[in-house]
Ligand binder design. Structure first.
Ligand code: AMP
Ligand code: MN
Ligand code: MN
Ligand code: MN
Length: 300
């Protein structure tokens, strides 16, 4: 069953009744993207949309990038919402690609900034290899095509390839492109070693931030492997895991809230919104955190 169907099943037109609608409880959305990575709207437009949709505290978390934060911060001041400075780091742990969301970072911290520069350089090299790998399978011009979709000359993502391959008629939707061309075992997949988990946590802490394991339910690992990951993350100083995420089912909200408690980690929530028509959950639509989870914002 696709995630789209799963989302529609649990979230029909209206918000579920257990959502908090009280104006006194701030609405948090601590994970989203702009044109400074693979999102479709500029940072100011993301912030304006979040404010319109009732978000009170928004983290912009572009992949391996902080350059959208000044624009987002100015827009948040105009919209009278709180902007949390964030990013989403690409990590390799035990041969698995993980995403670590950083929250409340100093975006100008030189250690973090130069680490992100390095990761983005790796993205450029990987993109050339993805282009070559697709060309070898008969899908020509993908690198150049992906470049047309890049919205910040500083960062290229598989999402840009996916958008081009939809335009070129290889699939109708980007998620189908991922399934058929960009994931392990398909023609455009190239393995890539990202930052280490330990370095990522250290950089985030050096920049004064909190390290959050993004969408744990998305990793293709079994229960024992998940427990090993959560133990390693906690031992390295990791602060929180995403419990409520557009990548999770309601059953997984409970599952990961339980994991968070068991491992002494805080809980975060975020839509991981990328743009109109491309995401499973809109800005601000993350339901309330399950009972018993200690929110990552508890001490903010
Ligand atoms: P990258 O970091 O360049 O490898 O690209 C990862 C990004 O691709 C994620 O942040 C998502 O935005 C997008 N992505 C990954 N898997 C899928 C999928 N199955 N369908 C749609 N988008 C995906
Ligand atoms: Mn993305
Ligand atoms: Mn992610
Ligand atoms: Mn994300």
């Amino acid at each position: 069953m696709s995630r789209v169907n799963r989302g529609l099943r649990f979230f029909p037109a209206a918000r579920p009744p257990f959502l908090s609608c009280s104006p006194t409880v701030p609405r948090y959305d601590l994970h989203c993207h702009s044109t400074h990575s693979d999102g479709l709207l500029a940072p100011a437009a993301v912030v304006a949309r979040a404010a319109e949709r009732g978000v009170n505290v928004l983290a912009l978390t572009d992949h391996d990038e902080v350059s959208g934060l000044p624009e987002a911060q100015a827009a948040a001041a105009d919209a009278r919402i709180e902007l949390v400075c964030g990013t989403e780091l690409s990590v390799t742990w035990d041969d698995v690609t993980l995403h670590i969301v950083a929250l409340k970072i100093d975006p100008e911290h030189p250690v973090l900034a130069s680490a992100l520069d390095e990761i983005r350089l790796g993205r450029t090299t990987r993109a050339r290899r993805i282009g070559e790998s697709l060309a070898a399978a008969g899908v020509t011009g993908a690198y150049e095509g992906a470049m047309k979709y890049v919205t910040s000359e500083r960062l290229v993502s598989r999402t840009h390839f996916a958008r081009y391959l939809v335009e070129a008629g290889y699939a109708r939707e980007t998620k189908d492109v991922f399934k058929r061309y960009l994931t392990r075992g398909t023609p455009g997949y190239v393995s890539h070693t990202w930052a280490s988990l330990s370095d990522a946590v250290d950089w985030i802490h050096a920049a004064g931030g909190q390290a959050v394991l993004a969408h744990p339910g998305r990793y293709k690992i079994d229960g024992p492997h998940m427990r090993r990951l959560l133990g390693a993350f906690r031992d390295l100083g990791g602060d929180a895991i995403e419990v409520v995420s557009s990548s999770h089912t309601p059953a997984q909200y409970i599952e990961f809230a339980t994991y968070a408690r068991a491992f002494g980690l805080r809980a975060s929530c975020g839509s991981d919104w990328h743009g109109p028509g491309e995401s499973w959950m809109d800005l601000g639509d993350a339901p309330a955190m399950p009972q018993g989870a200690i929110p990552v914002w508890n001490d903010w």
